[in-house]
Design a protein around this ligand. Structure first.
Ligand code: URA
Length: 243
């Protein structure tokens, strides 16, 4: 575990800014292993000490992971001069941990989006080598047809001539279908559907690997994920594009 200054540890694991953290420490609100510590510059290993603010234990984590149920109409970006971004759905105390979206969902798409400050995890999840399956629920116009299933399984050829990796298409009642892809090409699902002469009317990501969008999580709401559970569900998935 790294050694951190006490004011940084407090700022990272509470709603306080760095200057508020310094004041809280100097005014005796912070204890280390049961004794008040008034030196903001005190260095310590968070794993080896118990730190409290006003008697409540602090939970420090170097990396944080969030699952957001992204609403349509919000940009997948960390900031934008004119439009609301997914970061605007998080309070300042979480934003200050440096989270960013892993991959992207189009502005008009909804559903499961991961955000983290763990660059190595993001890189691994996006790596084409890992081929992590992403599952989408789409409404199309007209509905996808039986004949589209083998075309998806063989690898759809997009309008620009690029051939996609094999994908799985499942037809659902009405205009609905489920599409599983292992790549992350720009507008991938919309372009695959367009290559079959249809149009996506609405798109929702419902899973990444074995990690599902939880039923009870409202649009615009997020849940913090524990790293162990996240890695296991994302990378050890039984989801496959093969029937
Ligand atoms: N495919 C798309 O077309 N859009 C998304 O947002 C994700 C996958």
């Amino acid at each position: 575990m790294p050694t951190l200054r006490l004011d940084k540890l407090l700022c990272d694991s509470s709603a306080l800014s760095r200057s508020e953290a310094r004041i809280a420490i100097r005014t005796g609100r912070v204890s280390v292993d049961g004794a008040a510590e008034r030196r903001p510059e005190r260095k310590l290993d968070p794993a080896a000490h118990s730190v409290t603010l006003d008697g409540a234990p602090l939970r420090w984590a170097e990396y944080v992971y969030y699952l957001l149920n992204k609403p349509a109409g919000v940009l997948t970006a960390t900031e934008d001069a004119a439009q609301r971004t997914v970061l605007d759905l998080f309070p300042a105390e979480i934003r200050k941990s440096g989270i960013f979206p892993v991959g992207r969902l189009d502005k008009d798409a909804a559903g499961l989006l991961l955000l983290t400050n763990d660059g190595a995890f993001a890189h691994e999840l996006m790596s084409p080598r890992k081929a992590v399956p992403k599952i989408y629920r789409a409404l199309t116009d007209p509905p996808m047809a039986e004949g589209d299933i083998p075309a998806f399984a063989e690898g759809v050829i997009l309008g620009d001539g690029a051939r996609c990796a094999p994908a799985k298409l499942e037809l659902l009642p009405g205009t609905e279908c489920r599409i599983t892809v292992t790549e992350g090409r720009y507008h991938q699902v919309k372009r695959m559907v367009a290559a079959r002469g249809k149009r996506v009317r609405s798109l929702e990501r419902i899973a990444i690997g074995g990690l599902r969008l939880p039923d009870g999580l409202d649009r615009g709401a997020y849940a913090r994920l524990e790293p162990g559970t996240l890695m296991k569900s994302v990378f050890q998935s039984s989801t496959s594009v093969h029937a």
